[in-house]
Design a protein around this ligand. Structure first.
Ligand code: ZN
Length: 324
């Protein structure tokens, strides 16, 4: 927890970790005390007016040189270095501790940044591999990608995943979990089978639909000549198929994945892109809403709508539109 608390103060945690720390803080007064102390101590090192004592560098070098010479001489004579009263003065200790603390302050955000970058890359690779499964399915289904039907137990965005797994197109179900999502920490998560979904009663159907798509959002099709269709593979570079889900999008907020208001998106031509905000491609299509601003099927073949796993294609959910 200590490391996460430090990451929390330094703003280095991703959304899921940040929320976990906030929850612990809300329930643990002792932890809140530790947080206050940590903030106080870190402020000392952030003080721009802090000036090291005069002659500090020279004294430190001098000390190191003397210590090195003594140790070398003692080792030549085969005796231990002199023990007893340390030749370090208080100011030397203050400097040493300050140097270590400053190094930690520099190193920890760097470690978190590198970890976030690694997760972003892993997320992108997952989407690419998922794209291979989608493409393979389309090749065997007259170029149509898998997607939810208009009605029935399968009518939810995440059905794409059980369809691909049951058909043998997708082997690794964890490819549909963004490493920065809350689901990434849940080891017991698994995709329900199509048989389970088809046979589910109303009492458990929603929980299966919520689970089946992992942490991603999937296209929910579009209307052509009055008919609901899953996208046909036209290799469109601006038509979005899958994205690592910003769950918060439905609450009218920016995506919190990857810490910069963006998400990785897989497009129909199988390229992936980190998209900040909600619009993608030259046509600036909002990938989370149709042209009416609803989380519901696209209104034409180029109107891509990506929605979290349990979203039904025809269940209109008005959301607050973001400024473009
Ligand atoms: Zn992601």
């Amino acid at each position: 927890m200590g490391q996460d608390l430090l990451g929390y103060v330094l703003g280095g945690l991703d959304a899921a970790e940040h929320e976990a720390v906030e929850q612990k803080l809300a329930n643990d007064p002792e932890l809140r005390g530790k947080l206050a102390t940590l903030r106080e101590r870190l402020e000392l090192f952030r003080d721009d007016d802090y000036e090291p004592p005069a002659g500090l560098a020279a004294r430190t070098c001098d000390f190191v040189e003397r210590h090195r010479a003594t140790t070398a001489a003692a080792s030549r004579l085969g005796v231990d270095a002199p023990s007893g009263r340390s030749s370090w003065r208080l100011i030397d200790w203050v400097v040493a501790v300050s140097v270590v603390a400053a190094a930690i302050l520099v190193a920890i955000p760097l470690v978190y940044t590198q970890r976030n970058e690694a997760r972003l890359l892993a997320c992108e690779n997952n989407l690419r591999e998922f794209g291979v499964a989608m493409l393979s399915y389309a090749k065997h289904h007259r170029d149509h990608f898998p997607g939810p039907p208009a009605a029935g137990n399968r009518a939810a965005a995440g059905i794409v995943v059980p369809i691909l797994i049951d058909g043998g197109y997708l082997q690794d179900q964890r490819l549909v979990i963004c490493p920065s999502s809350e689901l990434a920490a849940q080891r017991d998560w698994s995709v329900p089978s199509l048989a389970e979904i088809d046979g589910a009663g109303a009492d458990i159907l929603h929980s299966l639909q919520e689970r089946m798509g992992g942490s991603n959002s999937y296209h929910i099709g579009y209307i052509v000549n009055g008919e609901h269709q899953t996208p046909i593979d036209l290799r469109r570079p601006q038509y979005a198929l899958v994205t690592c889900t910003p769950e918060s999008r439905l609450r009218g907020q920016q995506s919190s994945h990857h810490r910069c208001g963006g998400q990785n998106v897989l497009f129909e031509d199988m390229h992936t892109e980190f998209v900040v905000g909600c619009t993608a491609g030259e046509c600036q299509d909002d990938i989370f809403c149709n042209r009416n601003g609803e989380v519901a099927v696209g209104l034409d073949v180029n109107d891509a709508v990506l929605a979290p796993s349990p979203t039904r294609p025809f269940q209109v959910q008005p959301v607050k539109l973001q400024s473009k």
